[in-house]
Ligand binder design. Structure first.
Ligand code: C5P
Length: 404
């Protein structure tokens, strides 16, 4: 479906040979019905003339920050407010670094700071520059701030090298941009997400908990919000900021989390259980602080309520998505867990894989449902969360269709 007619797209072109491909991108955007304004950096003008973009977009091209005539017409603040999306293609290593630093040293970087529109960045550079640790750090930081990084592709480069750094093809960029407008994927739906660990008291100062940082659950909450959902985030103790536009409920124990979920379940269309809920709670929590002694100490544990299982057993329940941490035989165990808890989907982490799972900023997931599966390759949790939300929304709609 084409969401682009009437959409106001600010296309930022920075200095790189791929700038010539953005002429084609401009043409495709206009053809798809978008209203396109092109902003060029000085570097970009060394590759393609503003006249090319002016002719293709049908609008004057902007390039000066302090230009009296431009400011008298659509000045930089108006332009920043005008945009529904900012797409920077190609984005040079230099521009990415400036964006990361929050510089306002030219028109395009200033617009990025002054606009509340979602920003999409299509890197294009030599493979060595792309794999440079500094560039990778810059890109990771942008992703963390919610900026969408599109590509780059792997292949032959203009400089004769081969590797990652080619700008995505104009048709691919068009598709990504279009998809970013379709992100009302969960529009109007109530989505509840559990996140983080729980804490089960041993005594007044000690507790049983786990390594969950809550990062995955918080990223899913942001992605679901971005996709138009009304999000309730029920979280155990974590040190993370609440994403904008989300209702956050803080809980500590598995029992509190369970109570909170069950209390509000009737209003939810989708429940995503990403919390690492404690499976056991000390049978008796000691009053005050347990005194140290040389004697052995045993703590008896009682199973907690399995929230997802409880929800799965209800006749009128929301679409439920659980998580599983597995060390081996992921598919078999994850599908078994999904079926036994009667969940619609399960997202499995492989435990012990570097850069994946607890505490770190990246993850990879294998998602399973009754008659399908999808692998999400290792990426920043922001990106994984957006992909997961896409899969969930697709399966949710399919499921609604089946139940209609
Ligand atoms: O069985 P296991 O604990 O591995 O299942 C993990 C899934 O079950 C996660 O979605 C987790 O949030 C959920 N869970 C729960 N209540 C518990 C334990 C786990 O909802 N007490």
């Amino acid at each position: 479906m084409n969401f682009l007619p009437g959409k106001r797209v600010l296309l930022g072109v920075t200095g790189g040979i791929a700038a010539y491909k953005s002429a084609e991108l401009t043409r495709l955007l206009v053809k798809a019905g978008a209203d396109v304004r092109v902003v060029m950096t000085d570097g970009a003008k060394a590759f393609v003339t503003p006249l090319t973009y002016q002719a293709l977009s049908g609008n004057p091209v902007h390039h000066e920050l302090l230009d009296e005539t431009a400011e008298a017409g659509m000045g930089h603040i108006e332009l920043a407010k005008w945009a529904d999306r900012i797409l920077i293609a190609p984005a040079s290593a230099n521009f990415i670094a400036r964006l990361r630093q929050g510089m306002a040293s030219d028109l395009l970087s200033t617009l990025c700071l002054a606009s509340s529109a979602p920003i999409l960045v299509a890197p294009a550079m030599n493979q060595q520059m792309w794999s440079n640790a500094q560039t990778q750090e810059n890109v990771a930081s942008l992703e963390q701030r919610g900026i969408h990084i599109l590509g780059p592709d792997i292949g032959d480069q203009a400089c004769g090298d081969f590797g990652a750094g080619r700008m995505l093809e104009p048709a691919d960029l068009l598709q990504h941009l279009n998809l970013s407008f379709s992100s009302q994927l969960l529009g109007g739906l109530n989505v509840m997400i559990t996140a983080g660990p729980t804490r089960e008291a041993i005594d007044a100062v000690r507790f049983i908990s786990n390594r969950s940082s809550g990062k995955m659950g918080f990223a899913i909450a942001s992605a679901a919000r971005e996709a138009g959902a009304n999000v309730t985030l029920v979280t155990g103790p974590v040190s993370l900021q609440t994403p904008e536009g989300i209702t956050r409920i803080n809980v500590e124990t598995a029992e509190q989390m369970g109570q909170c979920v069950l209390d509000q379940l009737a209003d939810q269309h989708i429940l995503i259980g990403s919390a690492a809920v404690a499976d056991y709670v000390p049978s008796n929590s000691f009053q005050g602080k347990l005194k140290k002694s040389s004697q052995q100490l045993s703590i008896e544990l009682t199973p907690t309520l399995d929230i997802m299982r409880e929800v799965g057993g209800m006749t009128d329940r929301p679409f439920t998505v659980g998580f599983a941490a597995e060390t081996d035989n992921i598919k078999t165990y994850a599908q078994e867990k999904r079926r036994s808890k009667n969940m619609d989907m399960i997202a499995a982490n492989q435990v012990g894989v570097p850069e994946s799972g607890f505490e770190v900023d990246t993850n990879s997931l294998d998602i399973y449902w009754a008659n399908g599966e999808q692998h999400l390759a290792l990426a920043h949790k922001t990106k994984i969360a957006r992909q997961l939300v896409e899969v969930i929304s697709r399966q949710y709609r399919e499921n609604q269709g089946d139940n209609a």
